[in-house]
Design a protein around this ligand. Structure first.
Ligand code: F6R
Length: 240
Protein backbone atom coordinates (compact mmCIF):
# COMPACT_ATOMS: atom_id res chain seq x y z
CA UNK A 1 0.00 0.00 0.00
CA UNK A 2 1.33 3.40 -0.97
CA UNK A 3 0.28 6.26 1.31
CA UNK A 4 0.67 9.81 0.06
CA UNK A 5 0.26 12.68 2.51
CA UNK A 6 -0.74 16.02 1.04
CA UNK A 7 -1.18 19.47 2.54
CA UNK A 8 -4.78 20.14 1.62
CA UNK A 9 -7.67 19.09 -0.62
CA UNK A 10 -6.29 20.83 -3.74
CA UNK A 11 -2.96 19.07 -3.47
CA UNK A 12 -4.76 15.78 -2.73
CA UNK A 13 -6.84 16.16 -5.90
CA UNK A 14 -3.87 17.03 -8.11
CA UNK A 15 -1.94 14.06 -6.70
CA UNK A 16 -4.89 11.74 -7.28
CA UNK A 17 -5.11 12.98 -10.86
CA UNK A 18 -1.42 12.16 -11.49
CA UNK A 19 -1.97 8.60 -10.22
CA UNK A 20 -5.19 8.26 -12.26
CA UNK A 21 -3.49 9.60 -15.38
CA UNK A 22 -0.57 7.18 -15.10
CA UNK A 23 -2.87 4.15 -14.87
CA UNK A 24 -5.32 5.27 -17.55
CA UNK A 25 -2.53 6.11 -20.00
CA UNK A 26 -0.91 2.72 -19.51
CA UNK A 27 -3.95 0.90 -20.96
CA UNK A 28 -5.32 0.93 -24.47
CA UNK A 29 -8.90 0.61 -23.23
CA UNK A 30 -8.84 1.30 -19.49
CA UNK A 31 -11.71 0.02 -17.35
CA UNK A 32 -12.37 2.40 -14.47
CA UNK A 33 -14.85 2.29 -11.57
CA UNK A 34 -15.85 5.76 -10.33
CA UNK A 35 -16.97 6.52 -6.77
CA UNK A 36 -19.54 9.18 -5.94
CA UNK A 37 -19.41 11.63 -3.02
CA UNK A 38 -17.42 14.72 -2.10
CA UNK A 39 -13.99 13.15 -1.77
CA UNK A 40 -13.22 12.45 -5.46
CA UNK A 41 -14.85 15.67 -6.75
CA UNK A 42 -11.50 17.50 -6.90
CA UNK A 43 -10.00 14.60 -8.87
CA UNK A 44 -12.97 14.75 -11.25
CA UNK A 45 -12.41 18.51 -11.73
CA UNK A 46 -8.77 17.78 -12.59
CA UNK A 47 -9.88 15.20 -15.18
CA UNK A 48 -12.33 17.68 -16.74
CA UNK A 49 -9.64 20.36 -16.67
CA UNK A 50 -7.19 18.06 -18.40
CA UNK A 51 -9.78 17.51 -21.12
CA UNK A 52 -10.65 21.18 -21.59
CA UNK A 53 -7.21 22.74 -21.30
CA UNK A 54 -4.79 20.02 -22.38
CA UNK A 55 -7.04 18.14 -24.79
CA UNK A 56 -6.65 14.99 -22.69
CA UNK A 57 -9.11 12.45 -24.07
CA UNK A 58 -11.22 9.87 -22.26
CA UNK A 59 -13.19 8.48 -25.18
CA UNK A 60 -11.41 5.14 -24.82
CA UNK A 61 -12.28 4.71 -21.09
CA UNK A 62 -14.82 2.03 -20.14
CA UNK A 63 -16.79 3.51 -17.26
CA UNK A 64 -18.39 1.75 -14.30
CA UNK A 65 -19.52 2.91 -10.89
CA UNK A 66 -19.50 1.67 -7.35
CA UNK A 67 -22.99 2.06 -5.97
CA UNK A 68 -26.45 3.48 -6.56
CA UNK A 69 -29.42 4.36 -4.39
CA UNK A 70 -32.54 2.25 -4.78
CA UNK A 71 -35.89 3.98 -5.12
CA UNK A 72 -35.04 7.45 -6.42
CA UNK A 73 -37.02 8.71 -9.44
CA UNK A 74 -35.22 8.39 -12.78
CA UNK A 75 -34.50 12.13 -13.08
CA UNK A 76 -33.49 12.72 -9.43
CA UNK A 77 -30.30 14.79 -9.15
CA UNK A 78 -29.17 12.64 -6.22
CA UNK A 79 -28.98 9.47 -8.27
CA UNK A 80 -25.33 8.52 -8.35
CA UNK A 81 -25.52 8.15 -12.12
CA UNK A 82 -26.72 11.79 -12.37
CA UNK A 83 -23.98 12.97 -10.01
CA UNK A 84 -21.28 11.30 -12.08
CA UNK A 85 -22.70 12.48 -15.40
CA UNK A 86 -23.05 16.08 -14.16
CA UNK A 87 -19.64 16.24 -12.51
CA UNK A 88 -17.48 14.34 -14.93
CA UNK A 89 -18.80 12.25 -17.82
CA UNK A 90 -20.79 15.02 -19.55
CA UNK A 91 -17.97 17.52 -19.02
CA UNK A 92 -15.30 15.62 -20.90
CA UNK A 93 -15.32 13.35 -23.95
CA UNK A 94 -16.40 10.12 -22.23
CA UNK A 95 -18.32 8.14 -24.81
CA UNK A 96 -21.94 7.25 -24.04
CA UNK A 97 -21.46 3.77 -25.43
CA UNK A 98 -18.61 3.09 -22.98
CA UNK A 99 -20.62 4.06 -19.88
CA UNK A 100 -22.25 1.17 -18.03
CA UNK A 101 -23.58 2.35 -14.68
CA UNK A 102 -25.46 0.31 -12.07
CA UNK A 103 -29.23 0.10 -12.70
CA UNK A 104 -28.76 1.45 -16.18
CA UNK A 105 -32.17 0.66 -17.69
CA UNK A 106 -32.72 -2.36 -15.46
CA UNK A 107 -35.71 -2.48 -13.14
CA UNK A 108 -34.90 -5.95 -11.84
CA UNK A 109 -32.54 -5.27 -8.97
CA UNK A 110 -31.49 -8.86 -8.19
CA UNK A 111 -30.73 -9.41 -11.84
CA UNK A 112 -28.78 -6.15 -11.95
CA UNK A 113 -26.58 -7.25 -9.03
CA UNK A 114 -25.77 -10.43 -10.94
CA UNK A 115 -25.13 -8.53 -14.19
CA UNK A 116 -22.67 -6.15 -12.50
CA UNK A 117 -20.97 -8.97 -10.63
CA UNK A 118 -20.40 -10.85 -13.89
CA UNK A 119 -18.95 -7.76 -15.54
CA UNK A 120 -16.50 -7.04 -12.73
CA UNK A 121 -15.39 -10.59 -12.03
CA UNK A 122 -15.06 -11.78 -15.63
CA UNK A 123 -13.14 -8.72 -16.71
CA UNK A 124 -11.65 -6.92 -13.69
CA UNK A 125 -11.22 -3.16 -13.64
CA UNK A 126 -7.82 -1.60 -14.24
CA UNK A 127 -8.67 1.03 -11.64
CA UNK A 128 -11.22 1.46 -8.88
CA UNK A 129 -11.53 4.94 -7.35
CA UNK A 130 -12.74 4.96 -3.73
CA UNK A 131 -13.72 7.40 -0.99
CA UNK A 132 -13.86 6.33 2.65
CA UNK A 133 -16.91 6.45 4.91
CA UNK A 134 -16.50 7.99 8.36
CA UNK A 135 -17.53 4.54 9.65
CA UNK A 136 -14.85 2.88 7.48
CA UNK A 137 -17.17 1.75 4.68
CA UNK A 138 -16.01 1.43 1.08
CA UNK A 139 -18.70 1.61 -1.55
CA UNK A 140 -21.76 0.98 0.62
CA UNK A 141 -20.10 -2.01 2.26
CA UNK A 142 -20.91 -1.08 5.82
CA UNK A 143 -19.12 -2.41 8.92
CA UNK A 144 -19.91 -6.11 9.30
CA UNK A 145 -20.04 -6.81 5.54
CA UNK A 146 -18.23 -9.99 4.57
CA UNK A 147 -14.94 -9.56 2.72
CA UNK A 148 -16.36 -12.15 0.31
CA UNK A 149 -19.38 -10.02 -0.58
CA UNK A 150 -20.22 -9.38 -4.22
CA UNK A 151 -22.59 -6.81 -5.74
CA UNK A 152 -25.62 -6.76 -3.46
CA UNK A 153 -28.49 -4.79 -1.98
CA UNK A 154 -27.71 -3.03 1.32
CA UNK A 155 -29.79 -1.48 4.05
CA UNK A 156 -28.00 1.79 4.69
CA UNK A 157 -26.85 2.43 8.25
CA UNK A 158 -28.50 5.36 9.95
CA UNK A 159 -25.13 7.16 10.28
CA UNK A 160 -24.59 6.83 6.52
CA UNK A 161 -28.05 8.23 5.76
CA UNK A 162 -27.39 11.11 8.18
CA UNK A 163 -24.05 11.83 6.58
CA UNK A 164 -25.56 11.84 3.06
CA UNK A 165 -28.57 13.93 4.12
CA UNK A 166 -26.59 17.07 3.23
CA UNK A 167 -27.40 16.45 -0.44
CA UNK A 168 -31.17 16.12 0.16
CA UNK A 169 -33.86 18.54 1.43
CA UNK A 170 -34.54 16.34 4.45
CA UNK A 171 -33.36 13.08 6.04
CA UNK A 172 -36.69 11.43 5.12
CA UNK A 173 -35.78 11.77 1.44
CA UNK A 174 -32.53 9.81 1.80
CA UNK A 175 -33.14 6.28 0.49
CA UNK A 176 -32.88 3.42 2.96
CA UNK A 177 -31.39 0.98 0.47
CA UNK A 178 -28.73 0.94 -2.21
CA UNK A 179 -26.90 -1.44 -4.52
CA UNK A 180 -23.19 -1.65 -3.92
CA UNK A 181 -20.35 -3.42 -5.63
CA UNK A 182 -19.03 -5.94 -3.10
CA UNK A 183 -15.68 -6.09 -1.35
CA UNK A 184 -14.56 -9.08 -3.42
CA UNK A 185 -15.10 -7.16 -6.65
CA UNK A 186 -13.42 -4.03 -5.29
CA UNK A 187 -10.43 -6.17 -4.33
CA UNK A 188 -10.36 -7.72 -7.81
CA UNK A 189 -9.52 -4.36 -9.42
CA UNK A 190 -5.94 -4.23 -10.61
CA UNK A 191 -5.30 -0.84 -8.98
CA UNK A 192 -7.16 1.15 -6.35
CA UNK A 193 -6.91 4.85 -5.51
CA UNK A 194 -8.57 5.88 -2.24
CA UNK A 195 -8.92 9.56 -1.37
CA UNK A 196 -9.85 10.81 2.11
CA UNK A 197 -10.03 14.41 3.20
CA UNK A 198 -10.98 16.27 6.37
CA UNK A 199 -11.03 15.76 10.11
CA UNK A 200 -14.22 13.66 10.08
CA UNK A 201 -12.32 10.92 8.22
CA UNK A 202 -9.32 10.90 10.57
CA UNK A 203 -10.63 8.14 12.82
CA UNK A 204 -11.59 5.88 9.87
CA UNK A 205 -8.19 6.47 8.26
CA UNK A 206 -6.47 5.51 11.51
CA UNK A 207 -8.56 2.33 11.79
CA UNK A 208 -8.08 1.41 8.12
CA UNK A 209 -4.30 1.62 8.45
CA UNK A 210 -3.69 0.42 12.01
CA UNK A 211 -6.46 -1.78 13.36
CA UNK A 212 -6.58 -5.51 12.91
CA UNK A 213 -7.83 -6.40 9.42
CA UNK A 214 -11.45 -7.37 9.97
CA UNK A 215 -14.86 -6.37 8.75
CA UNK A 216 -15.65 -3.99 11.58
CA UNK A 217 -13.57 -1.68 9.38
CA UNK A 218 -14.26 -2.86 5.80
CA UNK A 219 -11.53 -0.58 4.39
CA UNK A 220 -8.87 -2.43 6.43
CA UNK A 221 -8.90 -5.23 3.80
CA UNK A 222 -7.28 -2.83 1.35
CA UNK A 223 -3.99 -3.40 3.20
CA UNK A 224 -3.67 -6.83 1.55
CA UNK A 225 -4.36 -5.55 -1.99
CA UNK A 226 -1.30 -5.52 -4.25
CA UNK A 227 -1.70 -2.01 -5.65
CA UNK A 228 -3.51 0.53 -3.50
CA UNK A 229 -2.64 4.21 -3.32
CA UNK A 230 -4.17 6.05 -0.35
CA UNK A 231 -4.06 9.83 -0.70
CA UNK A 232 -4.78 11.90 2.41
CA UNK A 233 -4.82 15.54 3.32
CA UNK A 234 -3.38 16.79 6.63
CA UNK A 235 -6.70 16.70 8.46
CA UNK A 236 -7.54 13.13 7.40
CA UNK A 237 -4.04 12.04 8.41
CA UNK A 238 -4.11 13.89 11.74
CA UNK A 239 -4.49 10.78 13.93
CA UNK A 240 -1.69 8.80 12.28
C1 F6R B 1 -19.67 6.68 -2.94
C2 F6R B 1 -19.31 5.68 -1.96
C3 F6R B 1 -19.05 5.98 -0.53
C4 F6R B 1 -18.27 7.28 -0.33
C5 F6R B 1 -18.08 7.54 1.17
C6 F6R B 1 -17.41 8.87 1.39
O1 F6R B 1 -19.81 6.09 -4.23
O2 F6R B 1 -19.23 4.56 -2.33
O3 F6R B 1 -18.32 4.91 0.03
O4 F6R B 1 -17.05 7.18 -0.97
O5 F6R B 1 -19.31 7.53 1.81
O6 F6R B 1 -18.27 9.89 0.94
P1 F6R B 1 -17.75 11.38 0.80
O7 F6R B 1 -16.66 11.36 -0.20
O8 F6R B 1 -18.94 12.17 0.33
O9 F6R B 1 -17.27 11.80 2.14
Amino acid sequence: MKIILTKDYDELSRTAFKEFDKIVKSEEKPRVGFATGSSPLGLYKEIVNNYSTNKGSYENVDVFNLDEYIGLPENDKNKYSAFLKNNIFNKADFSEENIDLILHNNENIEQECKRYHDILINNPLNLQILGLGANCHIGFNEPGTSFDSVTHIVDLKEETRQSNARFFDSIEEVPTQAITVGIREIMSAENIILVASGQDKADAVHKMLNDEINNTCPASILRVHKSVTVILDEAAASLL
